[in-house]
Design a protein around this ligand. Sequence first.
Ligand code: SAH
Ligand code: SF4
Ligand code: F3S
Length: 458
Amino acid sequence: MYRELETSKEDKGSYWIKTFGCQMNKADSEKMAGILQKMGYKEAQTELNADLVLYNTCTIRDNAEQKVYSYLGRQALRKKTTPHLKLVVAGCVAQQEGASLLRRVPEIDLIMGPQHANRLETLLNQVDNGSQVVATNENQILEDLTAARRDSNICAWVNVIYGCNERCTYCVVPSVRGKEQSRTPEAIKIEIEDLALKGFKEVTLLGQNIDAYGRDLPGISPSGRRKNTLTDLLYYIHDIKGIERIRFATSHPRYFTNRLIKACAELPKLCEHFHIPFQSGDNEILKRMSRGYTIEKYKRIIDEIRDLMPNASISADVIVAFPGENKSQFKNTLKAVSEIGFDQVNTAAYSPRPNTPAASWLNQLPEEIKIERLRELNELVEQTAKIRNARYKNEVVEVLAEKVNPKDKDQLMGRTRTNRLTFFPNQALGNVAYKPGDLVKVKIQTIRSFSLSGIPLI
Ligand code: SAH
Ligand code: SF4
Ligand code: F3S
């Protein structure tokens, strides 16, 4: 049984956490906030009056990393006038730089890689005993029952697999997040059952490559198939009472099986939204990225999803201006985006990262090409998203109300099963009132680039 969010009687002062990067970091931050509250820290009103500041950092691209240094610079200055301030750097920059961060910012008290998030209390105790601590060694992530301090009380992240065993030639993640470590199905189920008891309605299962789940767990079924796959996990957790919706992210095309697609179509709580990065529409580039699939295979996956779930929304990540990418290879990416018709695409220009093969190649592209290709791709992405968005007009969709719209207290906001942010009044005709946690049928009237609005039907 997971513990209730605990708060200690001891007053440790106030904390401020700023999270950069992906959902994995957001989940880790919620966990670390839970640990801090248990230790006796209270949430600070602002970053500038906190007694403990924790940056949970990202290094996926150079600009993400640089952002962290500018935040750190400000806090280092503050420490001159506030010597008791504790400065913690967690996450992927911490792992990448380790002790060398101390040379750059000697004011830091604790540097801790992502595999140490659960160990925050032990590490801070060492700081309290007067040490400057660096925790970046490879670590077996242990189950920890401290309740996370979650941002939402309706939707929750649930880690199912940590790390990444791929070796994409551009990517820093395997070196900062370490080897794949899957949690056991039992531990995942216990966490979700506990969330259901606390009133949560939606869970998003998380992993860098969520569909690679279970490769490091034992178990072969009588038919010779691996037993602990993501598909098996979905069936195993599906019927937990109280949970209405299940999502998962991020998926790697290499592991997205036909069996998984069938399970998603068959299981009613599984939401029809799939985030499957394809990175490039050109097979030669995909090969040099070491992605392990062709664009034809990727399209087959999307076709199979749409065969069984015609309404599904599909999103992806794409990189432009990978080293040596020529004009026609870039055009192949544009072609894939317009042919597939994505609901959303996260785009980025290639950024060379430390300790990755592609960073040392000599065929790097100039900044102007990166900017121009990114601009051209973004324009296309916007057009295709608009076309996809149009299908919601006058549709009746199911929305899970997550919270009151902070800008209009008479409105609720939530998401469709396909992950579209949707606003609607909290009263329907006939004075039916809705509240966060309700599943509401909403007729869509207004379509915007990133959100929808409509009226609830009784
Ligand atoms: N595990 C996921 C992606 C995780 S990283 C997958 O394999 O699909 C999130 C995204 O950041 C990637 O999908 C990629 O599009 C982008 N990214 C990673 N490294 C990058 C780099 N060096 N330059 C630019 N974008 C990068
Ligand atoms: Fe990075 Fe590739 Fe792993 Fe995704 S699969 S995190 S892009 S190395
Ligand atoms: Fe960034 Fe680390 Fe996530 S590098 S994208 S925070 S895994």
